[in-house]
Each structure stands twice: as structure tokens, then as C-alpha cells.
Write a protein that binds this ligand. Structure first.
Ligand SMILES: [Ca+2]
Ligand SMILES: [Ca+2]
Ligand SMILES: [Ca+2]
Length: 292
């Protein structure tokens, strides 16, 4: 078991800075057959041409802030140019930084210079552009980052490592004593229950029930009613994959990551408790896996 209580280790501003400095990792995981680019993470600066004689990659993103997991943005490269006047013939985009667990990838954009993108997890994503001219000269890389920030007050994010295991995220309302208890558990079988007052701002919503993949599943509340909420992960039974499966829960309060834990879930059909979230303090406490 590995628990990281970021808010206790660092002020939130430092947590944000750490997120912005997420190192290059697991890029193979970010490659998929639908990507436009196949040169992800290949050396990009092998051109012996002096830098001053090369084309210039110019990159930007619009918007540069999105809400996961449904918002999209575009990475734009149309401002790239060659001082020597040759046409730009290749726009080579790759994702070189993303939150751990992300499977987000690039897809064709509105022009040959651009790419569409959809951030799947909260965090920082960095795209890299290298351009080439018709005479084979290539630019030095241009990099641009976007931030995927939850806009609900409480955002619980869950993803797992191996596909074919169908993990399910549950959020228990204050007063609930066990999962799937009437309307007091928000999960795939009760995705948008009415909690708290008559309005919907204090109601939870599960945005995705991922069965074949590796998540994410997110449960969010715009403005939670005061009380103690519990986060539980159910290793849904009857899955193809029965090996231990590292499963991560991230808790965001007011758009900032305040708690994260990755646990190895081993037993089909088991409910694993992760955390208690106190509202309105936003304090998050570990739960033993067997309950709290
Ligand atoms: Ca399972
Ligand atoms: Ca699921
Ligand atoms: Ca309500």
C-alpha cells in the first residue's frame, strides 16, 4: 500500500508546480494506432544543419485549460515557418508529458498542421512539435502545455493498470454504512442520485463506467453537503484479468489534488475502502481496505 498525502507534504501551490514538472514517462502507453504520429519519443534533433538555418516550429494550444474527461482542445502548428522560404511538409506532434495513468492521444486536427486532443485525467499535458521542410531540414522542438482542471468542488478520480478487470468507483454519502445501500451510494447502478437539499449542486454524478479499459471513472459533486463521504473501489467479479491490479484514487478539492493512493487489488468481488473525505474542511483520511 502506498499513500501519498500531498496536501500534508506541500502547500497546494507546490503540488501544482510538481504536477507541472511531471517527467516524461511511459510514452509507449500514450501511443495507439489512431495517433497521427508514429514518431513519439524518437530523437528529434538529429539534423546536422546549424540551428539558424533550420525551419522554426511555432506551437500553441487553444484552449490551454480544459475540464477532464470530455473537454477537447487543439494543438496548433500553423505558424511554423522556414526563414529560407521552403514549404513545411511535415508536422510531427507527440505527447511528451501527461499525468500517470493517462491514455489520451492525439488525433487529426482541422488542418495538417494541427492536432485534436482530449485530456482524460486531471493534470498537465505537454505536446511537442517538430516541423520539416521539403529539402529534409527539421526544426528544434516546440513544446506547449495545457492544464486539465476539475471545476467541481469535489472530484474523485479512479483508474487502474491492467484492462479486462472492470473496477468500479463508489462514493458513499454521509450516513451510508455499506456500498450499494439504497440511494446513498453513487456508482454505475446509481449514477446521479439526489443527495442533500432539493437542488442538484450537492448531488454526485458518475461520468463514466469503464468496463473493458483502465478507466478513468470520476464521481463529482459541485458543492457537497457537509458530512463525511467514503470512497470505495469494487473489483467487479467475473473479469478476464484476475492478477493483482494497481488501482489509483485521486481526490481533488477545489481543483487541486489533495490525496492520492495506489493499492494493489487482488480479489475479485471485493469492496476496497480507500478514503474518508470530510466536508467542508476537505480533509481526506486513509481508510483500511476492509472498512472505515
Ligand atoms: Ca474485476
Ligand atoms: Ca467499471
Ligand atoms: Ca440535492
Amino acid at each position: 500500500m502506498r499513500a501519498v498525502h500531498l496536501s500534508r507534504l506541500f502547500p497546494l501551490s507546490i503540488v501544482s508546480l510538481l504536477a507541472a514538472c511531471t517527467p516524461d514517462y511511459g510514452l509507449d502507453n500514450l501511443t495507439n494506432p489512431n495517433n497521427v504520429d508514429t514518431e513519439v519519443d524518437t530523437p528529434v534533433d538529429t539534423d546536422p544543419t546549424p540551428v539558424g538555418d533550420r525551419p522554426v516550429a511555432v506551437c500553441s494550444a487553444t484552449p490551454d485549460e480544459v475540464q477532464p474527461p470530455f473537454d477537447t482542445n487543439q494543438f496548433l502548428g500553423g505558424g511554423s515557418y522556414d526563414p529560407a522560404g521552403h514549404p513545411i511538409t511535415d508536422y510531427i506532434w507527440s505527447i511528451v508529458g501527461a499525468p500517470p495513468g493517462s491514455d489520451a492521444s492525439l488525433s487529426p486536427g482541422p488542418t495538417v498542421a494541427d492536432r485534436n486532443f482530449q485530456a482524460d485525467l486531471a493534470g498537465t499535458y505537454t505536446a511537442r512539435l517538430v516541423v520539416k521542410t521539403d529539402d529534409g531540414r527539421s526544426s528544434t522542438p516546440c513544446e506547449v502545455s495545457i492544464e486539465a482542471i476539475p471545476d467541481q468542488d469535489l472530484w474523485v478520480e479512479m483508474y487502474w493498470t491492467y484492462s479486462g478487470d472492470d473496477m468500479d468507483l463508489h462514493l458513499l454519502a454521509p450516513g451510508a454504512t455499506s456500498p450499494t445501500m439504497g440511494g446513498l451510494d453513487c456508482y454505475y447502478g446509481n449514477r446521479n442520485p439526489s443527495w442533500g437539499g432539493s437542488g442538484t449542486q450537492d448531488d454526485p454524478a458518475l461520468d463514466i463506467d469503464d468496463i473493458p479499459g483502465t478507466g478513468p471513472e470520476n464521481i463529482n459533486i459541485g458543492t457537497p453537503t457537509p458530512g463525511v463521504y467514503k470512497v470505495v473501489v469494487h473489483d467487479y467479479p467475473g473479469s478476464v484479468n484476475n492478477t493483482p491490479n494497481d488501482t489509483t484514487v485521486n481526490v481533488y478539492v477545489g481543483g487541486s489534488l489533495v490525496w492520492s493512493d495506489t493499492r494493489s487489488l487482488t480479489t475479485e468481488g471485493t469492496y476496497y475502502y480507500y478514503a474518508m473525505i470530510d466536508w467542508p474542511s476537505g480533509d481526506v483520511l486513509d481508510c483500511p481496505s476492509t472498512g472505515c
